[in-house]
Design a protein around this ligand. Structure first.
Ligand code: ZN
Length: 149
């Protein structure tokens, strides 16, 4: 299995059985992301323990890329501090938009790198980023809806 196939497997797997896919009762924070170009819409829920993301979930509908990316986002930031999660957001955003920062060689990023290929498809970048934008908005406690537009 080559690297490209491995990455497709990760995306297929997370799309077929998304992790932490539920509405969180008594969430501390939540934010909804909307990507009207593709029709993706999802809400990210957070339970904070001080500065630590004690629990994270998402719920919504959309294309395979947006669902799989949000799923992998939840497993990536679970148990992390706000600062660590924002670092991951920055690195992920940079990776899918072809920014200057390299992909960190960490266990988490070896999976997140599944989405590096979307940089060749600008319309899909918004799909891959949607869950992360909603996470960022929830961490920043920005009320209401975030949109990729
Ligand atoms: Zn999409």
């Amino acid at each position: 299995m080559d690297v490209r196939e491995l990455y497709q497997q990760i995306i297929l797997d997370h799309n077929r059985s998304p992790r932490n896919f539920k509405v969180m009762e008594n969430a501390d924070r939540e934010a909804t992301g909307d990507n009207p170009l593709c029709g993706d819409r999802l809400t990210v829920y957070l339970k904070m323990d001080g500065d630590i993301i004690a629990d994270v979930s998402f719920r919504g509908s959309g294309c395979a890329i947006s669902q799989a990316s949000a799923s992998l986002m939840t497993t990536s930031v679970m148990g992390k501090s706000t600062a660590e999660a924002e670092d991951l957001f920055g690195n992920f955003h940079s990776m899918v938009t072809g920014g200057p920062a390299g992909v960190p060689d960490t266990k988490i990023f070896r999976k997140l790198a599944a989405f590096a290929g979307v940089r060749e498809f600008p319309a899909r970048v918004k799909c891959a980023n949607l869950g992360w934008h909603a996470l960022k908005a929830a961490l920043d406690a920005e009320p209401g809806l975030v949109t990729t537009e």
